[in-house]
Design a protein around this ligand. Structure first.
Ligand SMILES: [Mg+2]
Length: 257
């Protein structure tokens, strides 16, 4: 996926891109005052098994709820995920499931595979302005995950704050902008699912799609992987979030000096 500017450290081939990219980064991020991050599969490496653990807990929840075998529960889970945006939304709409009960169960996972990400923590801390998390998960999950990664944010907008309407729904972003007084035209958003960047881009946010490195597992569902590499709602693509943010900071600092 090289149709968008990419900034990846550690590759000799990418050095030229990084140098050329600095000018465009300066222009693209100089106005940004609010930095908005998705949580799952954006702030931690896809090699970490966190998301598959949550995914399996969702299947288990549905097995208990409906008395289904694993294969049937999983098929229903993926149907709800695709048609409602989250499995939770489908369970709430069709079966009146308690969101609190569901979220507590599915996020009750072993996070020992998460280790502090010093490079990402330093990069996020050095960004000028507010740093917010916008997640379809729970606040508790975001807090625990950020703590395990050693990351600090000013606030978290979770699925409860979104009144259980997940991204990419328009209402969710409107609630988020209002709750945190975010002007999308002076904000940037980092996400692993491109569909969640459509409305942010439409509202004027600068958008960055975070993708796995070559050879890393890709936890997106098959329907979530874009077949068309030309995505007008994605301004940048990176497989190295810490490296990308470090380049932004360098570009802003060179602008200030
Ligand atoms: Mg995500």
């Amino acid at each position: 996926m090289n149709v968008k500017p990419t900034i990846d450290r550690g590759s000799s081939r990418s050095l030229g891109i990084a140098e050329r990219g600095r000018n465009s980064l300066r222009a693209a991020f100089s106005h940004v005052e609010t930095w908005v991050f998705d949580l799952d599969n954006t702030l931690y490496s896809p090699e970490c098994d966190l998301w598959p653990k949550i995914d399996r807990r969702i299947t288990l929840f549905m097995m208990h709820l409906f008395g289904l075998d694993g294969i049937s529960a999983r098929a229903l889970q993926k149907y709800y995920y695709r048609h409602y945006g989250t499995t939770l939304r489908g369970l709430m709409e069709d079966h009146g499931v308690s969101a609190a009960e569901f979220l507590a169960f599915v996020h009750d996972i072993d996070r020992s595979s998460l280790t502090p990400d010093l490079a990402l923590a330093e990069a996020i801390a050095a960004l000028p302005g507010r740093k917010l998390v916008l997640t379809n998960g729970s606040r508790d999950h975001a807090l625990r995950t950020a703590e395990a990664l050693g990351l600090a944010f000013d606030d978290i907008f979770d699925i409860e704050a979104a009144e259980h309407l997940p991204k990419p729904g328009l209402k969710t972003y409107e609630r988020f902008f209002e709750r945190h007084a975010v002007d999308p035209k002076s904000a940037a958003m980092f996400e692993d699912l491109d569909r969640n960047l459509v409305i942010p881009h439409d509202r004027g946010m600068t958008t960055v799609l975070v993708v796995p490195k070559p050879g890393q597992p890709d936890h997106r569902e098959p329907f979530e992987i874009p077949s068309d590499e030309i995505m007008p709602h994605v301004d940048y693509v990176t497989s190295d979030l810490a490296g990308f943010l470090t380049e932004i900071i360098a570009a802003k600092e060179s602008l200030a000096s």
